[in-house]
Design a protein around this ligand. Sequence first.
Ligand SMILES: Nc1ncnc2c1ncn2[C@@H]1O[C@H](COP(=O)(O)OP(=O)(O)OP(=O)(O)O)[C@@H](O)[C@H]1O
Ligand SMILES: [Mg+2]
Length: 210
Amino acid sequence: MTLTQGLFITIEGTEGMGKSTVIASLSEFLKEKGFDYLLTREPGGTEIAEKIRQVILAHYDETMQAETELLLYFAGRLQHVQTVVLPAKSAGKIVISDRFTDASFAYQGGGRQIPVEKIRLLEQHFINDLQPDLTLLLDAPIEVGLNRIASRGEKDRIEIENIAFFERVRESYHQRAREYPNRFRLIDAGGSVEEVQEKVHHIFNEFFSK
Ligand SMILES: Nc1ncnc2c1ncn2[C@@H]1O[C@H](COP(=O)(O)OP(=O)(O)OP(=O)(O)O)[C@@H](O)[C@H]1O
Ligand SMILES: [Mg+2]
């Protein structure tokens, strides 16, 4: 089934909260329902944006300036929006992105403490203020996510940040959810995979029944 108007859905949350797991289950769910959908991610989602992702996440001897990081995220985002998100949405697809601009407000705004106005400016000027139709925010205490990914191999440049950084990220995500209650759904991600899946499917059924 192809919708006449596409949808843009984003999945957000701190490290290891279960975004990829939820997206895999959503993929099955949408396939069963016969929807035409596309899974993508940020940073990344296009050949060029995936290269920018590598630049963002690599380790360096010098400190990456917080605003350099912010601009790199938006460079990748512009490329992703123009090359993948908007064309698929125009074609009537449900586009599901693992992270989007809310992550910049949370990580670069909250985490790195860059003034929100600067991020707003980039959002308005470079991605034409594109907003998701629906955002699922997977939420649980930071430690829950970090414990889930503790056994993973080498950490990237963001994952090595301290707890206080991630606490600020989580708080900024909460602020975003309060600011945009119409598109945000806050999901308790602390339960089992099945419990979280159940919640996500419920939200989708409700969303599509409107
Ligand atoms: N509800 C859950 N309960 C327990 N373990 C979970 C749950 N959801 C996911 N996991 C496991 O936790 C780990 C992290 O999950 P996942 O990779 O989906 O998180 P993520 O949010 O995509 O992480 P990242 O921020 O690194 O992209 C995986 O090993 C996954 O199998
Ligand atoms: Mg993931």
